[in-house]
Design a protein around this ligand. Sequence first.
Ligand code: DAH
Length: 349
Amino acid sequence: MSTIEEKLTKLREDTLKQLKDLRLENQKELQDLKVSVLGKKGSLTEILKGMKDVSQEMRPIIGKHVNEARDILNAAFEESAAYLEEEAIKAQLASESIDVTLPGRPVAIGNRHLLTQISQEIEDIFLGMGFQIVDGFEVERDYYNFERMNLPKDHPARDMQDTFYITEEILLRTHTSPVQARTLDEHDFSKGPLKMISPGRVFRRDTDDATHSHQFHQIEGLVVGEGISMADLKGTLEMIIHKMFGEDRKIRLRPSYFPFTEPSVEVDVSCFKCGGEGCSVCKKTGWIEILGAGMVHPRVLEMSGVDSERYSGFAFGLGQERIAMLRYGIMDIRGFYQGDSRFNAQFKG
Ligand code: DAH
């Protein structure tokens, strides 16, 4: 068996070699090695157990050697720890360094949704004419959606606007027309006529296809005052259509039926693709149906407590998707709702 001296020397040399050779990956490994050599149950303690066999005279000398070895090893461990720390910082700095000469990453700039653009454009036109813009409720009462629009409970025209009922009396509105009744209820006619538009989302029980969606967007318009006539309706619509589709467009009113207007009209615009000659956009008719309108039914006025002998008005409702699809030749309504940014990016204003 080797002497304590020999064991000490070997431990010293082995440890120093290990420190030098081992590519210690991190502080933890270094710490583990330190514990295994200098710790309470480490190799050095193990060696010291042999001190009991050492003669009295030799003890101070060997003790000195033990201390020496411990000091040297401690110092070596400290040095390694410092070295590791420095290396870690260097590595971190290298990994975090920024190459300022690299070209920048382009920032993707979005744009407003086409439907938002359309409604803002129309809002701006009507704001310029002194209209107010009113928000309605998407969750509406049957009472406002139908009854106040002159569609009592058993009215056959309700079938065309079947919707999602929440209760017997509460539903997702089928059109923006209930905003008419709500604003008529509120309006103070001693302060002048009521002029408003109300854009918003509406819902119908429909099977989705290229031209139908169970939810879509309308803009309701309403003007009520003294002496408002069909000529005002026509003039207003002509103006808006000229602004939206070009000054040389003509409009045509065709008799139609809505329970809340009398008389009612369907409004066509001369085809902006072929100018009236007949093409695929206008289905060879030269005209494109664009909105519904009419003179507000006296009963709608009376239900709001408005004297229909004294006041009259016109109303219209247009579909935002329809306008956008016609204007930009969009073939499939579903593009509006799928959230594919490539769809919307085509309409950067
Ligand atoms: N509310 C009708 C619909 O959704 C559209 C409409 C037609 C609104 C004529 C009106 C109007 O204000 O006068 O089909």
